[in-house]
Design a protein around this ligand. Structure first.
Ligand code: NAD
Length: 286
């Protein structure tokens, strides 16, 4: 192994939802490793801010303001990337999200919106980008940002968790379909991560250092529920996604990596017993 196997110099990446949160962190980690990056985000200032940070790392950036729920715009983003950089090596299907609401309170337009944002955007971007990767003849890497909710029940998030479960399994199938072209496709599955979405910062540029700190109650809840004892940081998804795009992961495809501080492994166990030991609620005994 050589340290240079981590490098992405000369490669070109597209990151959806790249203007903030996990997408922003992935875009910056890819740029740190040498990639040029197209940032697709519905908020133009966020595209510009992340593009400036990519350029500050000595890489080229293409800010592409667009709503990924508009499939034509997703296709345009892919075409614009090919036109600007001449190649596409990496696709990060990150844009997604949901507002919590019980299933019976949803209307058809609500679940169509969730499916468009979380699933259709990923299908469209992948369908559009992969032929360019095949044409380039150098292979490629795709990382889909799923969620821990794609692997467990999630009351109030029924359609969202269904979309993420679909992403998990579509990833496995596409790994087989794309393997002959040396295109690898993998999924990362975060649990609670500090991002603009989870902090309620829905407009303007993003600077995580300006966000209000967690309350004592929030910190205590994280400590009890998440084995790592804290919420995830967006960079902690960025580094894993960047690794998956690198040569170090050249034999990794069709897999799912939880980036969740151990939440998936804990499967309901909490630090809530006497002497702070692990229990399965509602029991108070270890
Ligand atoms: N943050 C978490 O706790 C968490 C946990 C599990 C999974 N995820 C998944 O990670 C991904 C990123 O989550 P996040 O919390 O970083 O997101 P976020 O809500 O903080 O948004 C990230 C960026 O996406 C952009 N965006 C939102 N809707 C868009 C659209 N329709 N078109 C283009 N850009 C859009 C936003 O402007 C923002 O800059 C999502 O797929 C989400 O489901 C997040």
């Amino acid at each position: 192994m050589k340290a240079s196997d981590l490098e992405l110099t000369g490669q070109v990446a597209i990151v959806t939802g790249g203007g903030g949160g996990i997408g922003r962190a992935i875009a910056l980690c890819l740029a740190d490793l040498g990639a040029d990056v197209t940032i697709v985000d519905v908020i133009p200032e966020r595209c510009d801010e992340v593009a400036a940070q990519v350029e500050a790392r000595g890489r080229q950036a293409l800010p592409f303001p667009a709503n990924v729920m508009d499939s034509d715009k997703v296709r345009e983003a892919v075409t614009a990337t090919k036109d600007r950089f001449g190649r596409i090596d990496i696709l990060i299907n990150n844009a997604g999200g949901v507002t919590r609401r019980p299933f019976l309170q949803l209307q058809e337009k609500n679940w169509r919106r969730v499916i468009d944002l979380n699933l259709i955007s990923m299908l469209t971007a992948t369908h559009e980008a992969v032929p360019h990767m095949i044409e380039g003849g150098r292979g490629g890497a795709i990382v889909n940002v799923s969620s821990i909710e794609g692997s467990r029940a999630a009351p109030g998030y029924s359609v969202y968790s269904g979309c993420k479960a679909a992403i998990n399994n579509i990833t496995r199938t596409l790994a087989l379909e794309f393997a002959e072209h040396q295109i690898r496709i993998n999924t990362i599955a975060p649990d609670y991560t500090v991002t603009p979405g989870t902090k309620g910062v829905f407009t303007g540029p993003v600077d995580p250092s300006l966000w209000p700190p967690f309350t004592e109650l929030e910190l205590e809840s994280q400590r009890r529920r998440i084995p790592a004892g804290r919420a995830g940081l967006e960079e902690e998804c960025g580094t894993v996604a960047a690794f998956l795009c690198s040569k170090l992961a050249s034999y990794v495809t069709g897999t799912l990596i939880p980036v969740d501080g151990g939440s998936w492994a804990s499967s309901g166990w909490m630090r809530d017993g006497p002497d702070d030991d692990w229990i399965l609620p509602p029991s108070t005994k270890a």
